[in-house]
Design a protein around this ligand. Sequence first.
Ligand SMILES: *Cc1c(COP(=O)(O)O)cnc(C)c1O
Length: 377
Amino acid sequence: MGSDHTVPPRFEPPRRLLLAPGPSAVNPRVLEAMARPMIGHLDPETMRMLHEIQSMLRDVFRTGNELTFPVSGTGTAGMECALTNVLEPGDVALALVSGAFAERMKEIALRCRAEVHVVGGQWGNPVPEEAVADALATHPTAKAVLAVHAETSTGLRQPLEGIGRLCRERGTLFVVDAVASLGGIPVEVDGWGIDVCYSGSQKCLSVPPGLAPITFSPRAVAARIERGDRPMNSFYLDVLPISRYLGTERLYHHTAPVSMLYGLHEGLRIVLEEGLEARWRRHEEIGAEVLAALEERGFEPFPPSGYRLPEVICVRLPEGVDDRVARKRLLDEFGIEIAGGLGELAGKVWRVGLMGESCTRDSAKALLDAIDLVLAA
Ligand SMILES: *Cc1c(COP(=O)(O)O)cnc(C)c1O
C-alpha cells in the first residue's frame, strides 16, 4: 500500500546572508522561541503573552493607543487591515505616491471603492508638504491621507511630521506604512499625529514573515465604530471583533498564530533590550558607511540627498554591470541575497537591505568584498 509518490527528503534551507529588503536575518533566540510547545490560542498564558506583545509594540510605535496588536498576516495584511477599517465606498482618500508600495496602497484603497487622488507620483521623489496642503484644500472632505514612510522600492524616506500636522488641522485621518521603518529608523506615531500605522515582522524587527504590527488612534477607532453595521469587505481584518478577542471577553474570532507570537515576543524583547535610540543609530551609521562604499565603487544613490533610507539602500548600477548575472553570482558563489529593482526600475538599480539583525559591519564587509570580486570579473 502506501503512496505511489516518494516522500521528498527533509528540507534543509541553504545558508544565506540576507541583505535584501526583507526577510532579514533572524536571531537564534527568536528561532528557538518559535520551536516551543504549542498552547491554545485562548489559553490565559497566550493572552498574557499577547498583552505583553501589545505593550512592547506601543513602546516601539511610540504610542499610547489602546488598539495596538499584531495582524495575522504579512505587511500587506497590515495594509489591508488599515485601509478596510478606515475607508468606505465613496470616501475620498489622498494617496502620496513615490514608489511601488504606495501604488499598492492606492490599489487597496480603490478596492475599498474609495475615490483616490494621487499626490506626487514620481518614483524616488518625496512628496512635498505643500503638495499635500494643496490637495487637502482641493479635497476638503478627504477622509484619509495615505503615505509610505520607508518606500522600499526606491529607498526613499518620506518626511511625515508636517503632513501629520496638516491632517490634524483638517481632521483627516493619517494612515502610514511603516513596514520597512519600524525598529530601524525613528517612527513617532503619537508625536507625528499618525492615526493608523502598520508594519511587518520580517523587516527591521527581524522576526520571520507572518505578522503585521498595527496601531489605531482613538480617532481611527471612533471612525470604525461610527460605521457600525455598514458592510465592510473583510471579516478577517475587522478590528472590532479583533478588539473583543484582545479584551477581557477573549471572544474567538480567528486562531491566533501562536508560534509566530512566540517569535514576535522574543524579537520585541531583543529590540527593547538594545534600545530604540541605539538601534536607530546603528542603522544610520552602518547604512551611511555602506552607501559611501558603494558610491566609491561607481553606484549612484537613487533618491535625492536628505531623503535616503539607511536600512534600504537603492543605487543605480554602474555602466556595464549586468544586474541578473551579478546578483546570481552573489547568491551562487557567496550565498548573499540582495534585491533588484521593482517595476520600472527592474535591471537599473540594486536594493540592499540592512535591517535589524542583518545590519552589522560584518555583513556589510562580506557584501562589499563579494561585490569587489564580482565587479572585477
Ligand atoms: C515589504 C513591504 C510591504 C509588504 O509587506 P509583505 O510582508 O511583503 O506583505 C509593504 N510596504 C512596504 C514599504 C514594504 O517594504
